[in-house]
Design a protein around this ligand. Sequence first.
Ligand SMILES: [Zn+2]
Length: 83
Amino acid sequence: MTAPTASPAVCPRCSDEAVRTVAHSPVPDVWEVLQCARCLYMWRTTEPARRTSPGAYPERFRMTAEDIATALEVPAVPPLAAR
Ligand SMILES: [Zn+2]
């Protein structure tokens, strides 16, 4: 079993330091689920580096403070189609 990684100092997606722990594994010290308070990205510490490490997170999915401030509203889910 892989040892849990320490909580990263920064968010993989937006590099903000406001990262909090939102869940712990049922078996203690196996994994944690972390969330960034700025961009709301969430990840489990046992996910691969491309999801957990700022240096390995895909550049095309990274966000800056400006990206977040100017992001388009998330589209509403349309009404269900009548059958
Ligand atoms: Zn973030």
